[in-house]
Design a protein around this ligand. Structure first.
Ligand SMILES: [Cu+2]
Length: 115
């Protein structure tokens, strides 16, 4: 059962420079990490380690700083974070990788199309 969620609007964007603005409307800190989705793999299917996190090696970017860009200590409730990255066409999975949050349902797909 998904207890937390992550929503991408729009869920499809054109390849190139993409700015991600993340608004935390929840009651606790969150983050967004951008991972490529291997072909044949769906969102929510990553193995979860004993620390409650998924492997984020190969992350293409992250928004986890309250009112700022890039990596931080988590996005505080009621604040925004952002990051800008260059994405090639393909399927991506946006995840919150704070312990237990992926298991709770904090993942969504972002599709990048050829412009
Ligand atoms: Cu989270």
């Amino acid at each position: 059962m998904r207890m937390m969620r992550l929503v991408a609007r729009p869920a499809t964007v054109s390849a190139g420079v993409v700015s991600l603005w993340v608004l935390n409307t929840g009651a606790m800190a969150h983050e967004v990490v951008v991972l490529r989705l291997p072909s044949g793999q769906g969102i929510g299917e990553r193995p979860i380690g004993p620390d409650g996190k998924v492997n984020e090696a190969g992350s293409l970017g992250e928004a986890s700083r309250s009112c700022g860009t890039g990596e931080g200590d988590g996005i505080a409730p009621g604040t925004m974070a952002w990051t800008t990255l260059t994405l090639r066409p393909g399927r991506y999975e946006l995840v919150c990788n704070l312990p237990g949050h992926y298991l709770a349902g904090m993942y969504t797909e972002l599709d990048v199309t050829d412009r």
